[in-house]
Design a protein around this ligand. Structure first.
Ligand code: NAD
Length: 513
């Protein structure tokens, strides 16, 4: 992408090259240290934001608290109308926002635009949901009594997000939190801060146009220390944190110590099981896209293929052939399949993982390696690699956020494959490729996959916003986006109303005066 084009993109999103990184509305302020945002696409500096200081954070919380008082009493369908307008603004700005995501994070333009589409979709979902925040009505055991439950807004939702979905994860949280009557403070990844500025500009304009308090959407910027302002803060009843398991363990503990709620969306170690009844063509497309898409930097990226021994050589040969066709380069050029990793630290992690896999006995069948020279000046481009390995290797048990695919072999029936698939600490996404109904149902059964997402004849990567998204075990247990994920953003209250002139007690207890 030429620098002129990115200037244009930034202008359309009202981003100046030096931005302040704290905002309670349309205006940004900040005195903290600067964070520079470099593009992994070409290594160039895109812009700078300032780190939020503790004093600035206090101002943000106060503004959010004030906004909550107005927002929580606005009828939910009216809040939905604001989210509808926000979704329309995203439709208008889909191209520049998608370009910024692609340029700042390094994913393909198609995926950058897809991320914005996901934001639009969750807005549509939230608008409908704003008329469906319903609880149950129960029959009371006492005569002349009515009992029901209702959901109330929680307050401030603190959102901490990862670099790899720099805009969509925020919207999964905010679109639901807003219709639920909550206000949000977002700390984006320090590796993609300009995306958060762009999003804040868009929502701030919608809030201003509707004469609503600016504190409904706030952003703070910086690294984990700024995240800790929120995780340790009792005024924030819910922290929704997306990122590594390492981060989740710390955040979960910190929020738990003050008995706050946390919604954790952490790392995955996703596998596709390939049975003797798998469709080979579908398997190869699903596995290659899953392993190399977004350069292996999706939480749902395919890390392991668990292949039946009778299919092993066929699958392996087809994969090697497919990997030879992969084009690696500028993700804004649509003819390329694989873009860069986020930064050179990620490149080091990729190299270390490959080294470790070989040390533990792995056999590289697609070599991998770091690319340099023309077009690769940022130092962030690597070749996708395939390693024959065993599930118990320490490196296979670990999520490496890079395009490395491990081939594992199984013998006997599908239960053996399921056991291998479940035998890791993480539990996000899983898939089986089979045309055999018994195998598919065994995989989906109580004794099947232990992941939050289990697919049949679809790869592990990506998901639709209509379903609840998240995973078990060290993936953190949180659920975001569709289905009834909204409930975590609200507090449930049980109400019992007595419309008689008597006061009967529950469980038949008598208390006469
Ligand atoms: P990361 O854990 O390094 O950082 C994520 C965010 O947490 C950043 O904003 C960071 O500043 C913040 N943070 C880190 N430590 C913190 C602390 N102690 N207190 C408060 N905030 C803290 O993750 P990353 O490298 O940006 O993203 C990659 C990881 O995210 C992968 O493990 C990936 O699987 C995971 N991820 C999971 C999902 C999901 O839905 N399950 C989605 C996207 C990414």
């Amino acid at each position: 992408m030429k620098s002129l084009a990115i200037q244009n993109t930034l202008e359309l999103l009202h981003i100046k090259t030096t931005n302040l990184g704290t905002s309670t509305g349309a205006n940004f302020f900040g005195n903290g240290a600067e964070i520079e945002s470099f593009s992994p696409v070409d290594g160039k500096l895109i812009g700078k934001v300032t780190t939020t200081t503790k004093e600035e954070y206090e101002k943000v919380v106060k503004t959010a608290q004030a906004a909550f008082k107005t927002w929580r009493v606005m009828p939910a369908p009216q809040r939905g109308e604001i989210v509808r307008q926000f979704g329309n603004k995203l439709r208008e700005l889909k191209q520049p926002l998608g370009e910024l995501v692609s340029y700042e994070m390094g994913k393909s333009l198609q995926e950058g635009l897809g991320e914005v589409q996901e934001m639009i979709d969750i807005c549509d979902f939230a608008v409908g949901l704003s008329r469906q925040l319903h609880g149950l009505t129960m029959h009371s055991e006492r005569p002349g009594h009515r009992m029901y439950e209702q959901y109330h807004p929680l307050g401030i939702v603190g959102i901490i997000s990862a670099f790899n979905f720099p805009v969509a994860v925020w919207s999964w949280n905010t679109a639901l939190a807003w219709i639920c009557g909550d206000v949000c403070i977002w700390k984006a990844s320090e590796k993609a801060p300009l995306c958060s500025i762009a999003c804040q500009n868009i929502i701030a304009e919608v809030l201003k146009k509707n004469d609503l308090p600016e504190g409904i959407s706030c952003i703070i910027n910086g690294d984990y220390k700024v995240g800790e302002f929120m995780t340790t803060d009792k005024r924030i009843p819910l922290i929704s944190a997306t990122g590594s398991t390492r981060m989740g363990k710390i955040v979960g503990k910190t929020v738990g110590e003050r008995l706050g709620k946390s919604l954790l969306e952490l790392g995955g170690n996703n596998a596709i099981i390939v049975t003797p009844d798998a469709d080979l063509k579908m398997t190869i497309i699903g596995a290659v896209f899953g392993a190399v898409g977004t350069a292996g930097q999706r939480c749902t990226s395919t890390r392991r293929l668990i292949i039946h021994e009778s299919m092993y050589h066929k699958v392996k040969d087809a994969l090697v052939r497919a990997y030879k066709q992969l084009r690696i380069g500028n993700p804004l050029d649509e003819t390329n399949h694989v873009g860069p990793l986020i930064d050179t630290d990620a490149v080091k992690m990729y190299e270390n993982a490959l080294e470790k896999a070989v040390k533990e006995g792995g056999n590289k069948i697609v070599e991998g390696g770091v690319l340099n020279g023309e077009g690769y000046e940022s130092g962030c481009y690597v070749k996708p690699a395939i390693v024959e390995a065993e599930n118990h290797y320490e490196i296979v048990q670990h999520e490496t956020f890079a395009p490395i695919l491990y081939l594992l072999k199984y013998a006997g029936n599908v239960e053996n494959a399921i056991e291998i698939q479940n035998n890791v600490a993480q539990g996000l996404s899983s898939a089986i490729m089979t045309n055999n109904l018994r195998e598919a149902e065994a995989f989906l059964s109580h004794a099947g996959s232990d992941c939050g997402i289990a697919n049949v004849n679809i790869g592990t990567s990506g998901a639709e916003i209509g379903g609840a998204f998240g995973g078990e075990k060290e993936t953190g247990g949180g659920r975001e986006s569709g289905s009834d994920a909204w409930k975590v953003y609200m507090r449930r209250q049980t109400n019992t109303i007595n419309y008689t002139t008597e006061l009967p007690l529950a469980q038949g207890i008598k208390f006469d005066l």
